[in-house]
Ligand binder design. Sequence first.
Ligand SMILES: [Zn+2]
Length: 309
Amino acid sequence: MSKTYVYFDECFKDHVITLDYPECSARVKNIIDLIKNENLKNITINEPDEIDKNLIYAAHSEEFVNQTLGRFPQNQEIVFLDQETPVSQGSLKATLKAAGAGINACDAIMNNKTKNAFCIVRPPGHHACYDRSMGFCVFNNVAIAARYLINKFNMENIAIIDFDVHHGNGTQDIFYNDPKVHYYSTHQYPLYPGTGDTNEVGVNNMINVPLKSGTSSNEFQKIFDEKIINKLNEQKPNFMIISAGFDAHQNDPLANLKLNENDFKLLTDKLMAVAADHCDNRILSMLEGGYDIQALEQSIIIHLKELQK
Ligand SMILES: [Zn+2]
């Protein structure tokens, strides 16, 4: 059994290639070559399937999904689904495969083909709300995966851990009243999208940990242990999903936290220890943000190296 399945598709490079935007094709352009250069022994790289749209309905309103699917351009035009969410001709396939990667990964993990999985996808998902695309995100990839685990595998105690520097307002929106999913987020605050205060608690399933601009590695790790790891050990989830955004890196142009690659190694190790204790190592990790290309590439490699150990 391979330890870690990686999901990637060349079509992720075709999502809005012409715009000079932080969430750009260059983010994933070289990533598979870089991974291959590492000669990691315990990984298998797979191409994801396009998701069946009925599975998207589990996390989003049917009306919103159908309207959105009808808005993707068939020509060179760029359509803005919201102010920060452009889509191009190549985006429909990328969007369906990004969400499909999570479904394939859930199946592979639940059928014991792999211990864990890492989906290197574009567009990202955690800002996509129940009935609205937002902030580079069309559909909410991790939320769709979580609902699939609930509906297909009767998982009733899922943890989504989101260490992207931005609050995953979309994931919070979708699960705000759903006790089957606990959502844990560390994020710079205040910052886009403006949500994620500690008083946003849902049905005691929302654990928001706002961080001040300039938070250092040491401060972050201490807070992560106290506020995230301890709570996870109380929850004892039976499946863990990571919204893996790497924009808390000190070089990231969109935020001001002071983490480095080694912090992502530590975070990954800590989450893997929780998964080993409570859920037979089951972890699905999906890429969210990260906008300094070199920092993103290095952080992805470190995250993957740990997952496949
Ligand atoms: Zn982000």
